[in-house]
Design a protein around this ligand. Structure first.
Ligand code: GLU
Length: 436
């Protein structure tokens, strides 16, 4: 049976690279059937922290990568010591006391030779072990090293496929030596290509090395992020970019993963997120938005009109990059005191439009039914009567109603704002004390 593992170190949050590794392990096991093991590599007591474990587990859950078994290396020290002792007894390792250290380190004696790894993605890779120094298995403070604990665990957990980032490729021959020394069966290795920042080089905070929990807070949708991660190193074929994860499971083949480094492109992720937002269930988006809107005092948690909120969500859905854009884009629906962008006011509301606004207010009163079609028709009639181009009035009206120069279709905005609010916001711009 296939058994894969994702083995994060909780010395930091889950980032794009880790999430991509988790995704490819999860995909592999869903495609082949088997178990997905989560192993928290928390041997470094000083640098590991429970809040990072929480962030990693929550982020994996949010992304939808459920695991079948979970282990913590910090609880398995006895096992590592047992195997280190075995290697000592067999004369494959030796102890060394370093100056100023209390305990003794256990070190593996590397014998010169050649190691060939048949990587599922990269093919055959050859290593000369004479270039590898003797390997510390257990440090003098009793903690196991990453390479040793990793091999003991991968063998003990019967991992069949080690799918991890390319940055571990130099560890792989060291681990193969330990597998052989301990008489363990080798797993298959698959090393995923590096992910680089947009300007080349490693991912930095500025180029996307943001915690998955932060993407969540910023309003990205989990399926969009997962779809984006997929495309970072694999293509479903036929230029398909938007792919449902269940569909990806059917098509995924680890040997088809790209060998070359991927580039993290925030613009592409934003595009992807917008595609998913367009098609998302407005009810669910509303649920995500409620706490954000409550926090901004835009709605009261116990007394807001849910159906109205859902209709606003529908209005903005096609234009949002992230859900978190909504409160900023749609603020004018929630506030009493409309904030008008100064530039927009200068450009569109500095001329006297009293007559035009007054006439439009009157038109709105005369519509048969206050609906989008009639609002549009009323507006078109008015510009015709005034012999104006539509845009000479559309922009000023939009700014007067929303405070912004861009947004959803004006007639839909008017419909959602309602007649009274629309008329009140327009009357503010009628000069000479006239209050329509
Ligand atoms: N804890 C290691 C890491 O986070 C795991 C590497 C591996 O998958 O072997 O990089």
């Amino acid at each position: 049976m296939v058994r894969v593992r994702f083995a994060p170190s909780p010395t930091g949050n889950l980032h794009i690279g880790g999430a991509r590794t988790a995704l490819f392990n999860w995909l592999y096991v869903r495609a082949k059937g088997g178990k997905f093991i989560l192993r928290i590599e928390d041997t470094d007591k000083l640098r590991s922290a429970p809040e990072f474990v929480d962030e990693i587990l929550n982020s994996l859950t949010w992304l939808g990568f459920s695991w079948d078994e979970i282990y913590y290396q910090s609880k398995r020290f006895d096992l590592y010591h047992e195997y280190a002792q075995k290697l000592l007894k067999e004369g494959k390792a030796y102890t060394q006391k370093l100056e100023g250290k209390l305990g003794e380190a256990i070190i593996y004696k590397v014998t010169p030779g050649t190691i060939i790894i048949d990587d599922l993605i990269r093919g055959k890779i050859q290593f000369d072990t004479s270039l590898i120094k003797d390997q510390v298995l257990i440090k003098s403070d009793g903690t196991p090293t990453y390479n040793f604990a990793c091999v003991v665990d991968d063998a003990d957990m019967q991992i069949t496929h080690v799918i991890r980032g390319d940055d571990h490729i130099s560890n792989t021959p060291k681990q193969v030596l330990l597998y052989e020394a301990l008489g363990f069966k080798l797993p298959q290795f698959a090393h995923l290509p590096l992910i680089m920042g947009m300007e080349g080089g490693r991912l930095s905070k500025r180029t996307g090395a943001t915690a998955i929990s932060d993407y969540r807070k910023m309003g990205y949708l989990a399926p969009a992020l997962v779809n984006y991660l997929l495309l970072l190193s694999w293509a479903p074929g036929n230029d398909v970019e938007l792919i449902d994860i269940n569909e990806a499971v059917k098509l995924f083949d680890v040997t088809q993963v790209n060998k070359t480094a991927a580039t993290f492109d925030l613009k592409k992720l934003n595009w992807m997120n917008n595609q998913y937002l367009k098609n998302a269930d407005p009810e669910k988006l509303a649920d995500t938005l409620i706490p954000m809107l409550v926090e901004k005092n835009y709605i009261h948690p116990d007394s807001f009109d849910r159906n109205y909120l859902v209709s606003l969500v529908k209005l903005f859905q096609p234009r949002l990059t992230t859900i978190a854009d909504f409160p900023d884009w749609a603020d004018f629906f929630f506030v009493q005191e409309l904030k008008i962008e100064p530039e927009a006011e200068k450009k569109f509301l500095s001329q006297d439009l009293s007559r035009e606004f007054k006439l439009f207010i009157e038109k709105l009163d005369k519509l048969g039914k206050f609906d989008i079609l009639n609002i549009e028709e009323g507006f078109r009639d008015l510009v015709k009567e005034l012999n104006l181009e539509a845009k000479t009035l559309i922009h000023p009206i939009r700014v007067a109603l929303t405070g912004k120069t861009i947004g959803p279709g004006l007639f839909e905005v008017i419909y959602c704002l309602g007649k009274e609010r629309t008329q009140a916001r327009l009357s503010r711009w009628i000069r000479g004390g006239s209050n329509a």
